[in-house]
Ligand binder design. Structure first.
Ligand code: NAD
Ligand code: MG
Length: 497
């Protein structure tokens, strides 16, 4: 409650948002859960409860799906002129921008990330995403189809909204993940039931208020907070949902897929990663060191794209490891509301235990920490930015996604070796290459099995740039033109002449 944030000196809006239990948004109304249950959401810098939130379950999901279905069939959104639809999405971006500070504070309190980062990354990227998708509303086109024997038939395709969409999102970028999901669904004319992560429901709920203010009709976006095993599972299995979009762990992604089989709803998945970041000796070492640090430590390593396997050409291995370790030690870890904090706490106690478990497992198997290696302090969920060396390919810290500020640094001798190592993983989400030799960079880019290759940069996201995974990192692409495909069906219309 207010006590948990009173010392922080945040603006009145956020303080008053925390003063009463937050409800869920169904059919344009803010309602309690049918069971009357609520759940707490915590400030990860202190472990204190911020506020309680309505706990959605199967019955609430069912009501929300009914509302979305009715809105879809009645068509206030689907049948609205595309330019009016685009305008409403643009207004949502404007409203978000107007309330940037409030959203940054909500993200900081609920997720733990530094306020200064939420201000320049999470909120502006979400604003951009809505504006980018607003532009697509008027540009969803089909094709005219040339037949083998011209003159007998005339055929064309149209792209129609897929219908009622369930969206389940994670806690690492709570607002931005809501935007990635809602933006293309709204642009294409779909109706939505969104389930935010139980760790971080607040910014999505506040966004629900702005969705109403933007003039998006009732029932088009329904927001049901709750736990994954209950509300999330009910949404994934719901027989009247046409598509489920999920971002989170690969483990849960597989469960979503199974749940979706009941009515063969369409599925898109944005899952985990263990992304290789490759540093060649011919590059600018300072730039590579800074890039490799940012690649893993941005957002406390709680990024599906985090550059968590750092491959360094042998001749500069020690130099780069020293450089990244030095950067890791310089990172100021502290509560998100302090201007000096570069890194906040991990999102939850569960996540703290997970990450510390990986650190213990790596170190007990012989890995050595050249920076960090353990929890920081005993209040809040802080972990030291960590660099591990002396690892072997069999170690869990090398193979599995840690989702924390932990990088494994591994030397390599030549390109063919690093290609083999980079691809030797179940994931294929992102990758990085640092070199001045562009021919080498492009040749390597072609050989890495990953949805994104960053060359001499990392963690660069843009609403226009598609993002998603090869292999077990997922199905489909978010953002860019590609995202629209996941929210539309192609209809072929054929006319006998
Ligand atoms: P998770 O996959 O359990 O949760 C993500 C979302 O899925 C949440 O909204 C959750 O409520 C929901 N969910 C959970 N179980 C569900 C189910 N059976 N059916 C439907 N929805 C369900 O992730 P987590 O437990 O918070 O984190 C565990 C690990 O997942 C992390 O350590 C990290 O490795 C990974 N992760 C990846 C991403 C990503 O962006 N790819 C995001 C968060 C977590
Ligand atoms: Mg989970």
């Amino acid at each position: 409650m207010a006590t948990a944030i009173s010392s922080v000196g945040l603006e009145d809006k956020v303080t008053s948002f925390m003063k009463k239990d937050r409800k869920m948004l169904i059919n344009g109304k803010w309602v309690e859960s049918i069971s009357g249950k609520t759940f707490p959401t915590y400030n990860p810098a202190t472990g204190e409860v911020l506020v309680r939130v309505a706990e959605g379950d199967r019955e609430d999901i069912d009501l929300a799906v009914k509302a979305a279905r009715a809105a879809f069939e009645a068509g206030p959104w689907r049948k609205m002129s595309p330019s009016d639809r685009g305008k409403a999405i643009w207004r949502l971006g404007d409203l978000l921008e107007k309330n940037l500070e409030e959203f940054a504070e909500l993200e900081m309190l609920d997720n733990g990330k530094p306020l200064k980062i939420a201000r320049v990354a999470d909120v502006p990227l979400a604003v951009d995403l809505f504006r980018y998708m607003a532009g697509w509303a008027t540009k969803i086109e089909g094709n005219t189809i040339p037949f083998a024997k011209p003159g007998k038939y005339f055929a064309y395709t149209v792209r129609e909204p897929i219908g009622v969409v369930g969206q389940v999102i994670p806690w690492n970028f709570p607002l931005l993940m809501a935007a990635w999901k809602l933006g293309p669904a709204l642009a294409t004319g779909c109706c939505v039931v969104l389930k935010p992560a139980e760790q971080t429901p607040l910014s999505a709920l506040r966004l629900g208020e702005l969705i109403q203010e933007a003039g998006i009709p009732d029932g088009v976006v329904n927001i049901v907070p709750g736990y994954g095993e209950t509300a999330g599972a009910a949404l994934a299995a719901h027989p009247d949902v046409d598509k489920i979009a999920f971002t989170g762990s690969t483990e849960v992604g597989k469960m979503i897929l199974q749940a979706a089989a009941g009515n063969l709803k369409k599925v898109s998945l944005e899952l985990g990663g263990k992304s290789p970041n490759v540093v060649f000796a011919d590059g600018d070492i300072d730039q590579s060191v800074a890039g490799a640090s940012m690649a893993i430590f941005f957002n406390h390593g709680q990024c599906c794209a985090a550059g968590s396997r750092l491959y360094v050409e042998k001749s500069i291995f020690d130099k780069v490891v020293d450089g990244v370790s030095e950067q890791a030690k310089k990172i100021k870890v502290g509560p998100g509301w302090e201007q000096s904090s570069d890194m906040g706490p991990l999102v939850s106690e569960e996540q703290l235990k997970r990450v510390c478990g990986y650190l213990e497992s790596g170190i007990s198997e012989g890995a050595k920490a050249t920076a960090g290696g353990q929890r920081k302090g005993d209040k809040g969920y802080f972990v030291e930015p960590t660099v591990l060396v002396n690892t072997t390919e069999k170690m869990k810290v090398v193979k599995e996604e840690i989702f924390g500020p932990v990088v494994v640094a591994i030397p390599f001798s030549d390109t063919s070796e690093v290609v083999q190592k980079a691809n030797d993983n179940i994931y294929g989400l992102a990758s990085g290459i640092w070199t001045k030799d562009l021919s080498k960079a492009h040749k390597l880019a072609a050989q890495i099995r990953a949805g994104t290759v960053w060359i001499n940069c990392y963690n660069v996201f843009d609403a226009a740039l598609p993002f998603g995974g090869y292999k077990q990192s997922g199905w489909g692409r978010e953002m860019g033109h590609d995202a629209l495909e996941m929210y539309t069906e192609t209809k072929a219309v054929c006319v006998g002449l």
